[in-house]
Ligand binder design. Structure first.
Ligand SMILES: Nc1ncnc2c1ncn2[C@@H]1O[C@H](COP(=O)(O)OP(=O)(O)OP(=O)(O)O)[C@@H](O)[C@H]1O
Ligand SMILES: Cc1ncc(C[n+]2csc(CCOP(=O)(O)O)c2C)c(N)n1
Ligand SMILES: [Mg+2]
Ligand SMILES: [Mg+2]
Ligand SMILES: [Mg+2]
Length: 325
């Protein structure tokens, strides 16, 4: 059994060591000096065992997923990550070694993304672990990317590849057969999202994206959120949605459908809109950020998201994305 204050002192205080704001995790709150002439971007996402990750996933990966799903929301706003607050309601059966590995994952991503732990809360749960992180970011005043700026005629882009994590969840669960290396790649894509922080920042700094959203619930659902917020429609060409070679091979076996990839969620890619006249700058910004992007459609004066096949025929899918109920 672990003790709350031992956990904080042993595993969490070292992660706050380099932050003046965190006050060594020894006071009642953190004191963060807001950026001058900037906005703070504040976002929170929870991940729960059995709902967002598998109970047997490696603890360091679970920690990194928690960090990254939140940084993905900062990326969507074009914000620079500063730090985070952490609420860990650990299932009672987890031991100190599990928490040590969890903290290791946090430390690794602190290095990767240049963030520090600012504070948090530790509790023990009679049920499954429930982990919450509040990410704090900064953007120059009134410059954040929003979901609401898409204009009719803009082109629609998405980063990376779509659907790997949805297949990866099935791969991690042993529900897919096929090439072992493909299944390992997909499982890793489920466990370890790659938030597109550098791309989001570049699109904002260079004034290229008119609107942006990160893809958590599913490509169709999240494009739908962007379309609704912008008061526009989106026509998406299914054949242009970027797929990894691993997921193409799974599709070829018939074990999954394209619709499942477009609505599965957990991608943590960025979907964004930009004026066609900025296409080459958008592509250069993505390249400089080390991320592939694909143009997948256009903004229309309609509403919602319409998917089209190669022949321009309308495709319909059951449901648009993930929803808790
Ligand atoms: N319980 C809540 N209280 C206050 N605001 C909430 C609550 N749940 C969601 N929101 C707000 O609603 C908006 C949409 O939330 P949502 O969680 O769908 O966004 P997201 O984090 O981009 O998606 P996902 O959770 O799939 O990653 C956000 O602005 C969020 O801050
Ligand atoms: C074990 C397991 N089962 C199902 C899923 C799929 N899933 C759960 S929540 C979510 C959307 C984002 O979450 P939220 O909207 O809560 O931030 C998705 C795609 C998963 N990740 N793990
Ligand atoms: Mg959320
Ligand atoms: Mg989001
Ligand atoms: Mg989110």
């Amino acid at each position: 059994m672990w003790d709350e204050f031992d956990l904080i002192a042993t595993h969490f205080a070292p992660l706050a060591r380099d932050s003046d704001a965190a006050l060594g995790l020894r006071d009642d709150a953190a004191l963060l000096t807001p950026p001058t002439d900037g906005d703070l971007a504040l976002t929170l996402d929870t991940i729960t065992s059995g709902v967002h990750y598998l109970p047997d996933d490696p603890p360091d990966r679970i920690a990194q997923k928690l960090v990254r799903v939140n940084l993905s929301d900062l990326a969507a706003m074009g914000a620079r990550p500063l730090g985070y607050l952490l609420s860990t309601a650990f299932a009672r059966e987890l031991d100190g070694a599990w928490v040590a590995r969890f903290a290791e994952g946090l430390g690794r991503d602190q290095e990767t993304y240049g963030i520090e732990l600012l504070g948090g809360d530790t509790t023990a749960m009679p049920g499954p672990s429930c982990l919450t992180l509040i990410a704090v970011g900064a953007v120059p005043r009134a410059s954040a990317l929003r979901r609401s700026g898409a204009r009719v005629g803009d082109w629609v882009y998405v980063s990376g590849t779509i659907g790997d994590a949805a297949l990866g969840l099935r791969a991690c669960r042993g529900e897919l057969s096929g090439d072992g290396a493909d299944l390992a790649v997909l499982c890793d894509r489920y466990r370890l999202p790659q938030p597109r922080v550098a791309l989001g920042r570049a699109l904002r700094e260079q004034g290229l994206a008119t609107a942006a959203v990160d893809v958590s619930d599913g490509l169709v659902a999240d494009l739908g959120h962007l379309a609704t917020a912008s008061g526009v429609g989106i026509v998406m060409d299914a054949e242009h949605v970027p797929l990894s070679s691993a997921s193409r091979r799974v599709l070829d076996t018939g074990m999954a459908t394209l619709a499942a990839l477009f609505t599965g969620g957990d991608d943590y890619e960025l979907a964004f809109t930009a004026s066609p006249e900025h296409d080459s700058e958008v592509r250069a910004a993505a390249e400089a950020a080390g991320v592939t992007i694909a143009r997948i459609g256009a903004v229309t004066d309609g509403q919602d998201v319409e998917m089209r096949d190669r022949a321009g025929q309308r495709l319909s899918v059951d449901g648009m994305g993930w929803r808790h109920h």
